[in-house]
Design a protein around this ligand. Structure first.
Ligand SMILES: Cc1ncc(COP(=O)(O)O)c(C=O)c1O
Length: 347
């Protein structure tokens, strides 16, 4: 059974130039909503962007049943618009929802919502940037008692996106606070993971860093991820990234770069990596590249890693492997490089 979507279009067709506006500040004209009631998804609708009416008792406000995704649409060189790796984002959305005891979203509902919303707001997809797409779900049932909600709202909102970070990042290896522990919710894209990260990240910012590089909760020796990005390193021309441990988000960008590295014959190691290994490489005078990989930032070069109070400089020269990887990835999205993995969902 399909999910028919009713579309109420706004009379206002203004598209705002958001190039000089920080990421995510300006929503597009419309948004998608679907309600989950009586055990079923219903009322799929696209409406002008507007505030929500929500009970102050809505369970999402109290007990954190909120899950989100972050994906992007691009204008290709042909003029077509594609949504990158729809399938993997849908799959991850559902995995996060299962972890948070929330109802999963069938493929036709997820795909239909995004395809239709991007079509309606197609004028907002910048040729020289991308359209950031934010599907999310909240528990709307109004009731103070702690329980799994019976009612939910799934929504999709969008915002034009340009460069996320304008400078290479200075990051601090965090060995006191943790983002997630094995068996916890680190692999789910649920709101609480982000709220819990603010305090330590803010402390790092006060010390002059942009982000923290999280370490594992059990030993604080292994690198996990950074902010809203997976961590990647290039040491001696080998691309190294932490294996998924259950406490790290299975990043779509990470997964794409791993495939690209394999395609391009770049040596690759997906395995646990101790920060002491980075110290050894720096101390041996090796060229170390470090970068964050994520939908919003794509490839964010790291220029400085602070480890136990010592700042180490990473390589960010133009011939860095990370820029080659980024360019391949952007090339696939724009249609300059063949999409051999079927990642572009042209709408
Ligand atoms: C905690 C965390 N790690 C990694 C990533 C990168 O994942 P992706 O490449 O799918 O955006 C994100 C962003 O979604 C994130 O929030």
């Amino acid at each position: 059974m399909g999910h028919p979507i009713t579309v109420s279009k706004s009379a206002d067709r203004t598209v705002t130039d958001t190039k000089s506006v920080p990421f995510g500040m300006v929503p597009t004209t419309h948004m998608f909503m679907a309600s989950y009631r009586d055990g079923a998804w219903q009322d799929s609708r696209i409406v002008p962007f507007q505030d929500l009416v929500l009970s102050p008792l809505a369970l999402c406000l109290h007990y954190g049943q909120t899950v989100f995704e972050g994906m992007k649409a691009y204008v290709m060189n042909t003029g077509d618009i594609n949504v990158f790796r729809m399938e993997k984002h849908h799959d991850r959305f559902n995995k996060s929802l299962v972890r948070m005891c929330m109802p999963t979203v069938p493929k036709e509902l997820f795909y239909g919502a995004i395809e239709e919303l991007v079509r309606v707001d197609a004028d907002w997809v910048p040729i020289d940037g991308s359209l950031y797409i934010r599907p999310f779900m909240i528990a709307t049932e109004g009731r103070i008692g702690v329980k799994i909600a019976d009612e939910y709202l799934m929504m999709v909102v969008c915002s034009p996106a340009y460069q996320y970070y304008t400078q290479p990042l200075r990051v601090k290896v965090e060995t006191k606070y943790v983002r997630a522990a094995e068996g916890g919710t680190g692999a789910a894209k649920c709101g609480g993971n982000y709220g819990g990260a603010f305090y330590p990240t803010n402390l790092a910012k006060e010390q002059g860093f942009d982000q923290v590089l999280w370490t594992d909760a059990a030993t604080h020796e292994f690198i996990e991820e950074s902010g809203t990005m997976n961590a990647m390193f290039v040491i001696d021309d080998v691309l190294i990234t932490p294996a998924l441990s259950g406490s790290i988000l299975d990043g779509v960008t990470r997964d794409s770069l791993i495939s690209i590295a394999a395609d391009k014959g770049i040596k690759l190691e997906v395995r646990p990596i101790k920060y002491s290994e980075l110290v050894e490489a720096f101390d041996a005078g090796k060229r170390v590249e470090a970068f964050g990989a994520g939908t919003a930032a794509v490839v964010a070069p790291i220029s400085v890693i602070s480890i136990n109070g010592v700042n180490y400089n990473c390589y960010t020269g133009e011939d860095a492997v990370m820029y080659r990887l980024r360019n391949y990835l952007l090339g696939i999205r724009k249609g300059d490089v063949p999409d051999t993995h079927g990642w572009n969902h042209v709408i």
